[in-house]
Design a protein around this ligand. Sequence first.
Ligand SMILES: [Fe+2]
Length: 168
Amino acid sequence: MKTVIKQSGIKLELEAAAEYYFDEYFLIYIKEEKLLTFGERYVLFELPVMSKPQQVEDAVFEMTLKGYKPVLAHPERYPYFQESGLESLEKLKSMGVLFQLNALSLVGFYSPKVQKFAHQLVKNNWIEWVGSDMHNQRYFEAFKKAIQNDYYQMLCESGNLLNNTLTE
Ligand SMILES: [Fe+2]
């Protein structure tokens, strides 16, 4: 794909890493320091939807010890965080976990609950990364809408975003 992009004259630098699902393999990869990272040793990981695993904090601690910078994928989408509110994310935040928001969450693409929590996270200035979650054309149409949204603008102007050139 890198070759095709270059040949087409599209000005885009493509890199690939991973969004790790929090399972036993992820814990092994941390131990063995085999994680795929982006930028300066950032590691994107996501949690199960139904319940928060007990070992999240331990895993975060271990990643930090090994010089990784953990990034939690779409914190706004987990029902257990939505239900207990922002303070349920405080511990991870205080441990240095960075949060990656899906832009589509801002316009209710997933659900009204996700949207509401996404707005709270943006207002609280807790988002460091924004992603497109670009799976197909349907997502693309919603993404175009999302980047017109006031909350998206707020996020871009927060000074907090580490990938603020996503939609430049
Ligand atoms: Fe995900």
